[in-house]
Design a binder for this molecule. Structure first.
Ligand code: ATP
Length: 336
């Protein structure tokens, strides 16, 4: 795990020892880390506030209820394709960060043709679209962002997030066998519940370079609080462990697969655009054929979703014609 924030990561030494889910005595933990038992207790308290369930067993010690496979930068690198290494400029992994998208958006831009990647075990200010929050307990989700600079704005820029959804779907299908559906424009669903989301942020100058950050959040495991957060979804949120009914796939393998897929997407997007992803999106299109209400950005349409156009716009049959809905500050809800 890289520690670009130096000391800030050191408060998580206890977690590294508890991650195996076994019982560890407070005294032993203190001895191994060269800190006091009170300092161990303080770190455990902080981990609990970040969403971890840790049992404190009198005169025995502490035990993490569900073991965690912590993100490991070296392991992710090892699992990545050779071709991705050639385009990777940096790969940082943090214990706690405000938001992986914000870190890349505010941070140094990668060289054109190079990829920057940021991961975090916990986001203190994780974001979805339209200023909404993205919540996941420490180690229970995958919070991964990548940044890239296009020399000029690609034609299908508005559909980049849809293509990223297809990338996530491919990786999840390979790692779990689950059939993932995508709710236009950015939600990843399984068994009609929200498993993840995509957030694309763009800074572009007309006739100049175009800087993009693609963030992917996926619920992996240990997420008892999730049903409460997925406000607009009747069925609530879901995580991979719950839907699989068994240990979820390795988060490091998922991260490596997503980085490979996003590198491939970003390298080819200026030339091949959304066409290479359109058919798979159509195959995964959750809204197709459903009655929907579209709200936001001055748009108010009710009709039947008829799939997506070649440029990624949502086609909605309403009244006397077919409306083209462009992603952005738009909310689409199934109305039946
Ligand atoms: P919607 O799913 O309502 O269409 P959206 O696409 O506008 O949402 P997103 O950017 O996907 O919004 O994500 C933000 C929303 O997702 C939050 O308002 C919350 O309801 C929900 N949410 C937050 N964290 C999670 C999570 N870990 N899993 C599933 N849903 C979440």
């Amino acid at each position: 795990m890289s520690s670009p924030h130096g000391g800030k990561e050191s408060g998580f030494a206890v977690l590294r020892l508890l991650a195996d889910g076994k019982l560890h005595s407070g005294e032993k933990l203190a001895g191994q880390l060269g800190i006091s038992r009170a300092a161990v207790w303080k770190q455990v308290g902080r981990l609990k506030t970040l969403g971890l369930q840790i049992d404190a067993i009198r005169s025995a010690g502490y035990r993490l209820r569900d073991p965690i496979e912590l993100l490991d930068r070296d392991e992710i690198s090892r699992l990545m394709d050779k071709s991705t290494h050639a385009s990777l400029e940096r790969l940082d992994s943090f214990m706690v960060l405000e938001s992986t998208n914000s870190a890349l958006f505010k941070g140094p831009r990668p060289m054109p043709g190079k990829l920057a990647v940021c991961l975090a075990e916990f986001q203190s200010g994780g974001r979805g679209r339209r200023g909404r929050s993205w919540l996941a307990p420490l180690g229970g989700g995958l919070c991964l962002s990548t940044s890239w600079v296009f020399a000029a704005q690609p034609d299908d820029l508005a559909a980049l997030g849809l293509a990223a959804g297809v990338v996530a779907r491919r990786v999840l299908a390979r790692e779990t066998g689950l059939p993932i559906r995508i709710k236009w424009p950015n939600d990843l669903l399984v068994v009609n519940r929200k498993l993840g989301g995509i957030l694309v942020e763009i800074s572009a100058e007309s006739h100049g370079p175009c800087f993009v950050v693609i963030g992917i959040g996926i619920n992996v495991s240990a997420t008892p609080k999730l049903p409460k957060v997925a406000g607009s979804w009747a069925g609530g949120a879901i995580d991979l462990a719950a839907v699989l009914g068994e240990a979820p796939p390795s988060r490091n393998a998922l991260a490596a697969g997503l980085i490979d897929g996003l590198a491939q997407l970003l390298e080819g997007y200026a030339t091949s655009g959304f066409a290479a992803y359109h058919a798979e999106f159509a195959d995964a299109d959750y809204l197709y054929g459903r009655c929907v209400d579209v709200d936001g950005a001055g748009v108010g349409i009710s009709g039947r979703a008829m799939g997506i156009g070649p440029d990624g716009v949502l086609l909605v049959e309403a009244g006397d014609g077919v409306a083209k809905v462009v992603a952005g500050d738009i909310s689409v809800r199934p109305s039946s």
